[in-house]
Design a protein around this ligand. Structure first.
Ligand code: DHB
Ligand code: FE
Length: 287
């Protein structure tokens, strides 16, 4: 059977890709952010995931304002990236896992989620940057992915509760998947940031800390925020936290935080990285 080993959530700011391309990880500006990945690398080397389900938001590369699904699930053999205009190198294609994709799609539709299924899907910086951060220097990533895109761009957005439940449906589906494999879940984006309008540059450290604290074992309390209230607290693009909610929803066992890094700012964003370990109750007892 498939096992869910845990989740990683991290910021996906495009300029990180530029810093990687230019080898600036050790520069004073970048070091506090990149250092936060030392533990992630250790954890991934120890846990050896085979597949990652990646909750992220597309920023106009695959979906645009003319047609924007609330939830879209990839079912492709591989996922290509293209130039988004940020001046960062185009990332190599990432391998998919169509069998797992279709298993998740079937389970989601059975759970009454009306998703868009994509047998062809470009992935943008919200997938490629976190992959580069987790597996630096590799042209072929050691994991296959199932990308799940959540609309955080064009209102009305899905609620925090809906995204948490979407994650939960995926978590249950992974646990019912026959093949033996180690699955991790990833949530990208956030934390607080606003890129345009009167509050451009807005960051809310206290609210970010609250979100990072609550997501571990009280994520349900965050579902009480309406999208409007969440934008007020976290900024217009801070709603990318919906991807974190879905990631957390997919962790169906006993969850503990094993790593956290928070640094202000990276570009216009409060940059955060967390690793949440997921252990089934049976595993906990055996340990
Ligand atoms: C930035 C942050 C994002 O989440 C994004 O998608 C693009 C840019 C930024 O802070 O520059
Ligand atoms: Fe973004």
């Amino acid at each position: 059977m498939a096992t869910i080993i845990g989740g990683v959530a991290t910021t996906h700011v495009p300029s990180i890709g530029k810093a990687i391309a230019e080898g600036k990880q050790g520069d004073p500006y970048w070091k506090p952010f990149f250092k936060g990945f030392d533990y992630v690398h250790y954890w991934l080397a120890r846990e050896k995931p085979d597949v990652a389900v990646v909750f992220y938001n597309d920023h106009g590369l695959n979906f645009f304002l003319d047609k924007l699904p609330t939830f879209a699930v990839g079912a492709a053999k591989e996922y290509r990236n293209e130039d988004e205009g940020w001046g960062i190198p185009v990332a190599p294609a990432i391998a998919g896992d169509p069998d797992l994709s279709w298993h998740l799609i079937n389970a989601l539709v059975a759970d009454e989620f009306d998703i868009t299924m994509c047998q062809d899907m470009l992935v943008d910086h919200a997938v490629t940057i976190p992959m580069k951060l987790m597996w630096p220097g590799k042209n072929r990533h050691p994991v296959r992915i199932v990308p799940v895109s959540i609309n955080t761009v064009q209102h009305p957005l899905p609620s925090l509760k809906r995204c948490f439940n979407l994650g939960h449906s995926i978590g249950r589906a992974i646990e019912s998947y026959e093949p033996n494999m180690r699955v991790m879940v990833i949530g990208t984006g956030g934390l607080s940031h606003q890129l345009d309008g009167k509050r451009a540059g807005f960051i809310n450290k206290e609210f970010d800390k609250l979100c990072m604290d609550k997501i571990v074992n009280e994520a349900e309390t965050l579902t009480h925020y309406s999208i409007h209230d969440f934008v007020e607290e976290a900024g217009a693009q801070g709603v990318e936290f919906l991807n974190w909610m879905a990631m957390r929803g997919a962790l169906t066992g006993n969850v503990s935080e094993v790593h956290r890094n928070y640094h202000i700012p990276i570009s216009n964003t409060a940059a955060a990285t967390v690793v949440l370990e997921n252990r089934s109750l049976a595993e906990r007892k055996a340990a």
